[in-house]
Design a protein around this ligand. Structure first.
Ligand code: BG6
Length: 479
Protein backbone atom coordinates (compact mmCIF):
# COMPACT_ATOMS: atom_id res chain seq x y z
CA UNK A 1 0.00 0.00 0.00
CA UNK A 2 1.30 3.42 -0.92
CA UNK A 3 1.83 6.06 1.74
CA UNK A 4 0.62 8.67 -0.71
CA UNK A 5 -3.11 9.39 -1.00
CA UNK A 6 -4.98 7.53 -3.71
CA UNK A 7 -5.76 10.82 -5.40
CA UNK A 8 -2.19 12.13 -5.09
CA UNK A 9 -1.52 14.54 -7.94
CA UNK A 10 1.64 13.39 -9.70
CA UNK A 11 2.61 15.56 -12.61
CA UNK A 12 4.97 18.22 -13.86
CA UNK A 13 5.29 21.99 -14.06
CA UNK A 14 6.07 24.65 -16.67
CA UNK A 15 5.43 28.36 -17.13
CA UNK A 16 4.06 30.14 -20.19
CA UNK A 17 6.98 32.52 -20.73
CA UNK A 18 9.53 29.72 -20.49
CA UNK A 19 8.01 27.24 -22.92
CA UNK A 20 5.17 28.58 -25.05
CA UNK A 21 7.12 30.71 -27.52
CA UNK A 22 4.78 32.36 -30.09
CA UNK A 23 5.45 35.58 -28.22
CA UNK A 24 3.68 37.81 -30.76
CA UNK A 25 1.27 35.34 -32.32
CA UNK A 26 -2.54 35.68 -32.44
CA UNK A 27 -2.58 39.10 -30.84
CA UNK A 28 -0.25 38.46 -27.90
CA UNK A 29 1.44 41.55 -26.49
CA UNK A 30 5.00 41.74 -25.12
CA UNK A 31 5.47 40.76 -21.50
CA UNK A 32 8.50 41.43 -19.31
CA UNK A 33 10.28 38.15 -20.16
CA UNK A 34 9.88 38.97 -23.87
CA UNK A 35 12.19 41.92 -23.22
CA UNK A 36 14.83 39.70 -21.57
CA UNK A 37 17.82 38.35 -23.47
CA UNK A 38 19.60 35.06 -23.00
CA UNK A 39 22.47 34.62 -20.55
CA UNK A 40 24.39 31.85 -18.85
CA UNK A 41 25.94 30.92 -15.54
CA UNK A 42 28.72 33.45 -16.18
CA UNK A 43 26.96 36.11 -18.27
CA UNK A 44 23.83 37.68 -16.76
CA UNK A 45 20.78 38.06 -18.94
CA UNK A 46 19.66 41.59 -19.80
CA UNK A 47 16.40 43.39 -19.83
CA UNK A 48 16.00 45.84 -22.71
CA UNK A 49 13.49 48.65 -23.15
CA UNK A 50 12.84 47.71 -26.79
CA UNK A 51 13.48 44.74 -29.05
CA UNK A 52 17.17 44.94 -30.07
CA UNK A 53 18.06 43.28 -33.38
CA UNK A 54 21.52 42.38 -32.03
CA UNK A 55 20.12 40.48 -29.04
CA UNK A 56 18.61 37.02 -28.67
CA UNK A 57 15.34 36.71 -26.78
CA UNK A 58 14.83 33.09 -25.73
CA UNK A 59 11.14 33.41 -24.79
CA UNK A 60 10.20 34.38 -28.35
CA UNK A 61 10.30 30.85 -29.66
CA UNK A 62 11.36 28.85 -26.62
CA UNK A 63 10.27 25.25 -27.21
CA UNK A 64 7.13 26.41 -29.02
CA UNK A 65 4.60 24.63 -26.82
CA UNK A 66 2.09 26.93 -28.51
CA UNK A 67 2.26 24.80 -31.62
CA UNK A 68 3.28 21.50 -29.97
CA UNK A 69 0.85 21.34 -27.06
CA UNK A 70 -1.03 18.28 -28.33
CA UNK A 71 2.14 16.27 -28.75
CA UNK A 72 3.51 17.43 -25.39
CA UNK A 73 0.36 16.75 -23.40
CA UNK A 74 0.13 13.31 -25.04
CA UNK A 75 3.65 12.62 -23.72
CA UNK A 76 2.65 13.81 -20.24
CA UNK A 77 -0.34 11.47 -20.44
CA UNK A 78 1.94 8.62 -21.49
CA UNK A 79 3.89 9.16 -18.26
CA UNK A 80 0.59 8.96 -16.41
CA UNK A 81 0.39 12.59 -15.25
CA UNK A 82 -2.58 13.30 -13.01
CA UNK A 83 -1.92 17.02 -13.08
CA UNK A 84 -0.08 19.55 -15.20
CA UNK A 85 0.98 22.88 -13.78
CA UNK A 86 1.26 25.70 -16.27
CA UNK A 87 0.57 29.43 -16.32
CA UNK A 88 -1.57 31.66 -18.49
CA UNK A 89 0.35 34.34 -20.37
CA UNK A 90 -1.39 37.54 -19.26
CA UNK A 91 -0.52 39.25 -22.56
CA UNK A 92 -2.26 36.58 -24.65
CA UNK A 93 -5.48 37.57 -22.94
CA UNK A 94 -4.83 41.29 -22.39
CA UNK A 95 -1.95 42.39 -24.65
CA UNK A 96 -1.23 45.58 -22.71
CA UNK A 97 -3.01 44.55 -19.53
CA UNK A 98 -5.28 47.61 -19.84
CA UNK A 99 -7.86 46.50 -22.41
CA UNK A 100 -11.41 46.06 -21.25
CA UNK A 101 -12.16 43.23 -23.65
CA UNK A 102 -9.98 40.12 -23.79
CA UNK A 103 -8.25 38.80 -26.87
CA UNK A 104 -10.45 35.91 -28.01
CA UNK A 105 -7.66 34.11 -29.83
CA UNK A 106 -5.58 34.01 -26.66
CA UNK A 107 -8.49 32.60 -24.70
CA UNK A 108 -9.06 29.96 -27.38
CA UNK A 109 -5.49 28.71 -27.01
CA UNK A 110 -6.02 27.84 -23.36
CA UNK A 111 -9.44 26.34 -24.17
CA UNK A 112 -7.52 23.93 -26.35
CA UNK A 113 -4.74 23.28 -23.83
CA UNK A 114 -7.03 22.62 -20.85
CA UNK A 115 -9.49 20.57 -22.93
CA UNK A 116 -6.61 18.47 -24.17
CA UNK A 117 -5.51 17.89 -20.54
CA UNK A 118 -9.05 16.89 -19.61
CA UNK A 119 -9.20 14.46 -22.52
CA UNK A 120 -6.38 12.54 -20.81
CA UNK A 121 -7.76 12.96 -17.31
CA UNK A 122 -5.05 15.47 -16.40
CA UNK A 123 -6.09 18.13 -13.90
CA UNK A 124 -4.70 21.56 -14.83
CA UNK A 125 -3.01 23.48 -12.01
CA UNK A 126 -2.81 27.07 -13.17
CA UNK A 127 -0.44 29.80 -12.03
CA UNK A 128 -2.17 33.06 -12.81
CA UNK A 129 1.01 35.12 -12.92
CA UNK A 130 4.33 33.36 -13.31
CA UNK A 131 7.16 35.92 -13.39
CA UNK A 132 5.56 38.09 -16.02
CA UNK A 133 3.28 40.99 -16.61
CA UNK A 134 2.48 43.10 -19.68
CA UNK A 135 5.47 45.33 -20.49
CA UNK A 136 3.00 48.14 -21.15
CA UNK A 137 2.17 48.12 -17.43
CA UNK A 138 5.86 48.54 -16.67
CA UNK A 139 6.08 51.56 -18.97
CA UNK A 140 2.98 53.17 -17.57
CA UNK A 141 2.99 52.21 -13.88
CA UNK A 142 6.44 50.83 -13.11
CA UNK A 143 4.98 47.37 -12.74
CA UNK A 144 3.52 46.43 -9.38
CA UNK A 145 4.57 49.72 -7.87
CA UNK A 146 1.36 51.02 -9.39
CA UNK A 147 -1.70 50.24 -7.35
CA UNK A 148 -3.67 50.34 -10.61
CA UNK A 149 -2.22 46.93 -11.43
CA UNK A 150 -4.48 45.35 -8.81
CA UNK A 151 -7.55 46.13 -10.90
CA UNK A 152 -5.87 45.07 -14.16
CA UNK A 153 -4.94 41.79 -12.50
CA UNK A 154 -8.49 41.36 -11.25
CA UNK A 155 -9.83 41.95 -14.73
CA UNK A 156 -7.49 39.20 -15.93
CA UNK A 157 -8.60 36.89 -13.10
CA UNK A 158 -12.32 37.46 -13.61
CA UNK A 159 -11.92 36.72 -17.32
CA UNK A 160 -9.97 33.50 -16.95
CA UNK A 161 -11.99 32.24 -13.97
CA UNK A 162 -15.22 32.58 -15.92
CA UNK A 163 -13.80 31.19 -19.14
CA UNK A 164 -12.14 28.12 -17.64
CA UNK A 165 -14.43 27.48 -14.66
CA UNK A 166 -15.40 24.05 -15.98
CA UNK A 167 -11.85 23.07 -16.89
CA UNK A 168 -9.68 24.39 -14.06
CA UNK A 169 -10.15 23.96 -10.33
CA UNK A 170 -6.66 24.69 -8.91
CA UNK A 171 -5.27 28.24 -9.13
CA UNK A 172 -2.08 29.80 -7.73
CA UNK A 173 -2.16 33.58 -7.56
CA UNK A 174 1.55 34.50 -7.99
CA UNK A 175 4.58 32.37 -8.65
CA UNK A 176 7.21 32.61 -5.91
CA UNK A 177 5.74 35.83 -4.59
CA UNK A 178 8.43 36.03 -1.90
CA UNK A 179 11.05 36.82 -4.57
CA UNK A 180 9.83 40.36 -4.09
CA UNK A 181 11.61 40.46 -0.74
CA UNK A 182 14.97 40.30 -2.55
CA UNK A 183 16.56 42.87 -4.90
CA UNK A 184 16.51 40.45 -7.83
CA UNK A 185 12.76 40.13 -7.47
CA UNK A 186 12.19 43.70 -8.56
CA UNK A 187 12.67 42.64 -12.15
CA UNK A 188 11.60 39.04 -12.02
CA UNK A 189 8.49 39.14 -9.90
CA UNK A 190 7.51 42.76 -9.41
CA UNK A 191 8.52 44.23 -12.76
CA UNK A 192 9.49 47.58 -11.26
CA UNK A 193 11.98 48.05 -14.09
CA UNK A 194 10.61 51.08 -15.95
CA UNK A 195 13.25 52.60 -18.22
CA UNK A 196 15.96 50.21 -17.12
CA UNK A 197 18.12 48.53 -19.71
CA UNK A 198 21.04 46.38 -18.64
CA UNK A 199 22.07 43.22 -16.84
CA UNK A 200 19.44 41.93 -14.50
CA UNK A 201 21.78 41.75 -11.51
CA UNK A 202 22.71 45.44 -11.75
CA UNK A 203 19.20 46.81 -11.81
CA UNK A 204 18.90 49.54 -9.18
CA UNK A 205 16.96 48.52 -6.11
CA UNK A 206 14.72 50.57 -3.89
CA UNK A 207 13.62 48.47 -0.95
CA UNK A 208 10.65 50.63 -0.05
CA UNK A 209 9.25 50.51 -3.58
CA UNK A 210 9.82 46.79 -3.63
CA UNK A 211 7.77 46.18 -0.48
CA UNK A 212 5.09 48.58 -1.69
CA UNK A 213 4.84 46.60 -4.93
CA UNK A 214 4.66 43.40 -2.91
CA UNK A 215 1.84 44.86 -0.85
CA UNK A 216 -0.08 45.45 -4.07
CA UNK A 217 0.44 41.81 -4.99
CA UNK A 218 -0.81 40.71 -1.57
CA UNK A 219 -3.97 42.77 -2.04
CA UNK A 220 -4.38 41.48 -5.60
CA UNK A 221 -3.99 37.90 -4.44
CA UNK A 222 -6.46 38.37 -1.58
CA UNK A 223 -9.00 39.96 -3.92
CA UNK A 224 -8.65 37.11 -6.38
CA UNK A 225 -9.14 34.54 -3.61
CA UNK A 226 -12.20 36.34 -2.22
CA UNK A 227 -13.71 36.71 -5.69
CA UNK A 228 -13.09 33.04 -6.49
CA UNK A 229 -14.58 31.86 -3.20
CA UNK A 230 -17.67 33.98 -3.78
CA UNK A 231 -18.30 33.02 -7.38
CA UNK A 232 -16.72 29.59 -7.82
CA UNK A 233 -16.97 27.61 -4.59
CA UNK A 234 -15.26 24.61 -6.16
CA UNK A 235 -12.05 26.50 -6.86
CA UNK A 236 -9.02 25.75 -4.70
CA UNK A 237 -6.83 28.81 -4.36
CA UNK A 238 -3.16 28.53 -3.50
CA UNK A 239 -0.12 30.67 -2.85
CA UNK A 240 3.29 29.77 -4.28
CA UNK A 241 6.48 30.34 -2.30
CA UNK A 242 10.11 29.97 -3.31
CA UNK A 243 11.20 27.87 -0.35
CA UNK A 244 14.80 28.84 0.28
CA UNK A 245 15.34 26.60 3.27
CA UNK A 246 18.37 27.57 5.33
CA UNK A 247 20.15 26.21 8.38
CA UNK A 248 22.44 27.92 10.88
CA UNK A 249 26.02 27.09 9.81
CA UNK A 250 27.07 26.53 13.43
CA UNK A 251 25.41 26.22 16.84
CA UNK A 252 26.70 29.68 17.72
CA UNK A 253 23.48 31.32 19.01
CA UNK A 254 24.21 34.30 16.78
CA UNK A 255 24.04 31.99 13.75
CA UNK A 256 20.82 30.40 14.98
CA UNK A 257 19.25 33.81 15.38
CA UNK A 258 20.51 35.05 12.01
CA UNK A 259 19.04 31.97 10.38
CA UNK A 260 15.71 32.48 12.11
CA UNK A 261 15.61 36.03 10.78
CA UNK A 262 16.50 34.81 7.32
CA UNK A 263 13.74 32.20 7.40
CA UNK A 264 11.27 34.82 8.60
CA UNK A 265 12.13 37.44 6.03
CA UNK A 266 12.66 35.20 3.03
CA UNK A 267 10.31 32.28 3.53
CA UNK A 268 7.63 33.05 6.10
CA UNK A 269 6.90 36.74 5.60
CA UNK A 270 4.80 36.32 2.45
CA UNK A 271 3.13 33.12 3.45
CA UNK A 272 2.27 34.55 6.88
CA UNK A 273 0.38 37.31 5.08
CA UNK A 274 -1.27 34.92 2.64
CA UNK A 275 -2.12 32.12 5.09
CA UNK A 276 -2.74 34.03 8.31
CA UNK A 277 -4.18 37.14 6.73
CA UNK A 278 -1.99 39.82 8.26
CA UNK A 279 1.52 41.17 8.29
CA UNK A 280 3.53 39.15 10.82
CA UNK A 281 4.64 40.66 14.14
CA UNK A 282 8.35 40.65 13.16
CA UNK A 283 7.73 42.77 10.06
CA UNK A 284 7.11 45.88 12.18
CA UNK A 285 10.69 46.02 13.43
CA UNK A 286 12.07 45.10 10.02
CA UNK A 287 10.14 47.91 8.32
CA UNK A 288 11.17 50.43 10.98
CA UNK A 289 14.84 49.55 10.75
CA UNK A 290 14.76 49.60 6.95
CA UNK A 291 12.79 52.86 6.65
CA UNK A 292 9.97 51.15 4.84
CA UNK A 293 6.58 52.82 5.04
CA UNK A 294 3.92 50.91 3.22
CA UNK A 295 0.98 52.93 1.99
CA UNK A 296 -2.20 51.04 2.69
CA UNK A 297 -5.69 52.02 1.66
CA UNK A 298 -8.74 51.68 3.86
CA UNK A 299 -10.00 48.14 3.48
CA UNK A 300 -6.62 46.54 2.73
CA UNK A 301 -6.40 44.97 6.18
CA UNK A 302 -9.83 43.36 5.78
CA UNK A 303 -8.97 42.13 2.29
CA UNK A 304 -5.83 40.42 3.56
CA UNK A 305 -7.79 38.90 6.44
CA UNK A 306 -10.53 37.53 4.19
CA UNK A 307 -8.39 36.50 1.25
CA UNK A 308 -6.27 33.75 2.78
CA UNK A 309 -5.41 30.77 0.62
CA UNK A 310 -6.74 27.20 0.78
CA UNK A 311 -3.57 25.48 -0.29
CA UNK A 312 0.15 26.03 0.35
CA UNK A 313 2.37 25.36 -2.64
CA UNK A 314 6.07 25.89 -2.97
CA UNK A 315 9.20 25.24 -4.99
CA UNK A 316 12.10 23.41 -3.43
CA UNK A 317 15.45 22.83 -5.12
CA UNK A 318 18.18 23.30 -2.53
CA UNK A 319 19.16 24.59 0.85
CA UNK A 320 21.91 26.89 2.10
CA UNK A 321 23.38 27.95 5.43
CA UNK A 322 23.40 31.25 7.27
CA UNK A 323 26.20 32.50 9.47
CA UNK A 324 27.52 35.59 11.19
CA UNK A 325 31.09 34.28 10.87
CA UNK A 326 33.52 35.77 8.39
CA UNK A 327 35.49 34.14 5.59
CA UNK A 328 33.08 31.35 4.81
CA UNK A 329 32.55 29.92 1.37
CA UNK A 330 29.43 31.06 -0.47
CA UNK A 331 27.30 29.08 -2.91
CA UNK A 332 24.76 29.95 -5.56
CA UNK A 333 21.05 29.39 -5.13
CA UNK A 334 17.66 29.96 -6.65
CA UNK A 335 17.40 33.75 -6.68
CA UNK A 336 19.57 33.99 -3.58
CA UNK A 337 22.62 32.02 -2.59
CA UNK A 338 24.03 31.52 0.87
CA UNK A 339 26.78 29.93 2.86
CA UNK A 340 28.12 26.56 1.78
CA UNK A 341 26.99 23.49 3.70
CA UNK A 342 29.95 21.09 4.07
CA UNK A 343 27.60 18.08 4.12
CA UNK A 344 26.01 18.73 0.74
CA UNK A 345 27.03 18.40 -2.91
CA UNK A 346 26.05 20.92 -5.56
CA UNK A 347 24.57 20.74 -9.05
CA UNK A 348 26.44 22.05 -12.10
CA UNK A 349 24.85 25.42 -11.41
CA UNK A 350 26.08 25.40 -7.81
CA UNK A 351 22.71 24.65 -6.17
CA UNK A 352 23.22 22.45 -3.09
CA UNK A 353 21.25 19.22 -3.26
CA UNK A 354 19.42 18.46 -0.02
CA UNK A 355 16.61 15.88 -0.14
CA UNK A 356 16.35 15.63 3.66
CA UNK A 357 15.74 19.37 3.67
CA UNK A 358 12.50 18.71 1.80
CA UNK A 359 11.17 16.51 4.63
CA UNK A 360 12.28 19.12 7.16
CA UNK A 361 10.62 21.89 5.12
CA UNK A 362 7.33 20.03 4.67
CA UNK A 363 7.17 19.53 8.43
CA UNK A 364 8.01 23.17 9.12
CA UNK A 365 5.32 24.47 6.78
CA UNK A 366 2.69 22.07 8.04
CA UNK A 367 3.35 22.81 11.68
CA UNK A 368 3.09 26.52 10.95
CA UNK A 369 -0.09 26.59 8.85
CA UNK A 370 -1.73 23.16 8.91
CA UNK A 371 -2.81 23.59 5.31
CA UNK A 372 -2.77 20.97 2.54
CA UNK A 373 0.43 21.32 0.54
CA UNK A 374 1.86 20.62 -2.88
CA UNK A 375 5.47 20.63 -4.00
CA UNK A 376 4.91 22.39 -7.30
CA UNK A 377 8.57 22.69 -8.35
CA UNK A 378 11.58 20.49 -7.68
CA UNK A 379 14.21 19.06 -9.97
CA UNK A 380 17.75 19.04 -11.22
CA UNK A 381 18.93 21.49 -13.86
CA UNK A 382 21.71 19.64 -15.68
CA UNK A 383 23.63 19.42 -18.95
CA UNK A 384 22.10 16.53 -20.91
CA UNK A 385 24.44 15.04 -23.47
CA UNK A 386 23.30 12.53 -26.07
CA UNK A 387 25.00 9.14 -25.81
CA UNK A 388 26.41 7.16 -28.72
CA UNK A 389 23.05 5.40 -29.03
CA UNK A 390 21.44 8.80 -29.65
CA UNK A 391 19.56 8.72 -26.34
CA UNK A 392 19.66 10.81 -23.17
CA UNK A 393 20.62 8.70 -20.19
CA UNK A 394 20.07 10.86 -17.13
CA UNK A 395 20.72 8.74 -14.01
CA UNK A 396 21.76 11.92 -12.13
CA UNK A 397 18.23 13.33 -12.56
CA UNK A 398 16.58 10.06 -11.56
CA UNK A 399 18.75 9.93 -8.44
CA UNK A 400 17.89 13.51 -7.49
CA UNK A 401 14.15 12.95 -7.90
CA UNK A 402 14.19 9.54 -6.24
CA UNK A 403 15.84 10.95 -3.13
CA UNK A 404 13.37 13.81 -2.93
CA UNK A 405 10.36 11.53 -3.37
CA UNK A 406 11.74 9.25 -0.64
CA UNK A 407 11.81 12.24 1.69
CA UNK A 408 8.29 13.28 0.70
CA UNK A 409 7.26 9.77 1.63
CA UNK A 410 8.90 10.18 5.04
CA UNK A 411 7.15 13.50 5.53
CA UNK A 412 3.79 11.93 4.72
CA UNK A 413 4.56 9.24 7.29
CA UNK A 414 5.39 12.06 9.72
CA UNK A 415 1.81 13.15 9.19
CA UNK A 416 1.94 16.14 6.83
CA UNK A 417 -0.92 16.64 4.37
CA UNK A 418 0.80 16.47 0.99
CA UNK A 419 -1.50 16.48 -2.05
CA UNK A 420 0.73 16.64 -5.09
CA UNK A 421 4.13 16.81 -6.72
CA UNK A 422 4.94 18.53 -9.99
CA UNK A 423 8.67 18.46 -10.81
CA UNK A 424 9.86 21.53 -12.64
CA UNK A 425 10.37 21.73 -16.37
CA UNK A 426 8.87 18.31 -17.05
CA UNK A 427 9.76 19.10 -20.63
CA UNK A 428 13.01 21.01 -21.31
CA UNK A 429 12.45 24.75 -21.36
CA UNK A 430 14.25 28.08 -20.98
CA UNK A 431 15.84 28.61 -17.54
CA UNK A 432 14.42 31.56 -15.65
CA UNK A 433 17.58 32.75 -13.93
CA UNK A 434 19.99 32.47 -16.85
CA UNK A 435 17.69 32.46 -19.88
CA UNK A 436 19.42 29.42 -21.35
CA UNK A 437 18.33 26.07 -22.79
CA UNK A 438 21.48 24.27 -21.66
CA UNK A 439 20.14 23.97 -18.13
CA UNK A 440 17.68 21.16 -18.67
CA UNK A 441 15.17 19.72 -16.19
CA UNK A 442 12.88 17.65 -18.39
CA UNK A 443 11.78 14.06 -18.64
CA UNK A 444 11.39 15.01 -22.29
CA UNK A 445 14.36 16.32 -24.24
CA UNK A 446 13.75 19.12 -26.72
CA UNK A 447 16.09 19.65 -29.64
CA UNK A 448 16.63 23.33 -29.10
CA UNK A 449 19.90 25.09 -28.29
CA UNK A 450 21.18 28.38 -26.99
CA UNK A 451 22.12 29.72 -30.39
CA UNK A 452 18.48 29.34 -31.41
CA UNK A 453 19.08 26.26 -33.58
CA UNK A 454 17.33 22.90 -33.25
CA UNK A 455 14.35 21.30 -34.92
CA UNK A 456 12.24 21.31 -31.73
CA UNK A 457 11.74 17.56 -31.88
CA UNK A 458 10.91 15.82 -28.61
CA UNK A 459 12.57 12.67 -27.20
CA UNK A 460 12.00 10.61 -24.08
CA UNK A 461 14.90 10.54 -21.61
CA UNK A 462 15.54 7.58 -19.28
CA UNK A 463 13.88 9.58 -16.51
CA UNK A 464 10.67 9.58 -18.59
CA UNK A 465 10.30 5.81 -18.22
CA UNK A 466 11.38 5.92 -14.59
CA UNK A 467 8.81 8.60 -13.64
CA UNK A 468 6.10 6.65 -15.45
CA UNK A 469 6.77 3.71 -13.10
CA UNK A 470 6.80 6.02 -10.09
CA UNK A 471 3.37 7.36 -10.98
CA UNK A 472 1.94 3.96 -11.85
CA UNK A 473 2.98 2.66 -8.42
CA UNK A 474 1.77 5.82 -6.64
CA UNK A 475 5.29 6.57 -5.48
CA UNK A 476 6.18 3.07 -4.30
CA UNK A 477 8.45 1.89 -7.09
CA UNK A 478 11.38 4.31 -7.13
CA UNK A 479 13.93 1.96 -8.72
C1 BG6 B 1 11.75 28.71 -9.97
C2 BG6 B 1 10.85 29.38 -10.97
O1 BG6 B 1 12.32 29.68 -9.20
O2 BG6 B 1 12.85 28.03 -10.40
C3 BG6 B 1 10.94 28.83 -12.37
O3 BG6 B 1 9.52 29.38 -10.56
C4 BG6 B 1 12.39 28.51 -12.67
O4 BG6 B 1 10.37 29.75 -13.24
C5 BG6 B 1 12.88 27.47 -11.69
O5 BG6 B 1 12.60 28.10 -13.98
C6 BG6 B 1 14.27 26.96 -11.90
O6 BG6 B 1 15.15 28.02 -12.03
P1 BG6 B 1 16.09 28.14 -13.30
O7 BG6 B 1 16.74 29.44 -13.18
O8 BG6 B 1 17.02 26.99 -13.23
O9 BG6 B 1 15.17 28.06 -14.47
Amino acid sequence: MSVFRNDFLWGGACAANQFEGAWDVDGKGPSVPDMCTNGSLKVPKWITTAQRPDKFYPSHESIDFYHHYEEDIALFAEMGFKTFRTSIAWTRIFPTGMEEEPNEKGLEFYDRVFSCCKKYGIEPLVTISHYEMPYALVEKYNGWQGRECIEFYMNFCRTIFERYKDLVKYWLTFNEINCGTKPNGNLVALSTCRGYEGPRNLMPDNEEIRYQALHHQFVASAKAVIYAHEHYPKFIMGNMILMATSYPLTCDPADVLANQQNMNNMNWFCSDVMCRGEYPYYSRRFFEEHDINIKMEPGDTELLKNGTVDLYTFSYYLSTCVTTHKDVEQVAGNMIGGTKNPYLKSSDWGWQIDPVGLRYTLNEIYSRYGLPMMVVENGLGAYDIKSADGKIHDPYRIEYLRQHIEQMREAVKDGVDLRGYTPWGCIDLVAASTGEMAKRYGFIYVNKFDDGTGDLSRERKDSFYWYKKVIASNGEDLN
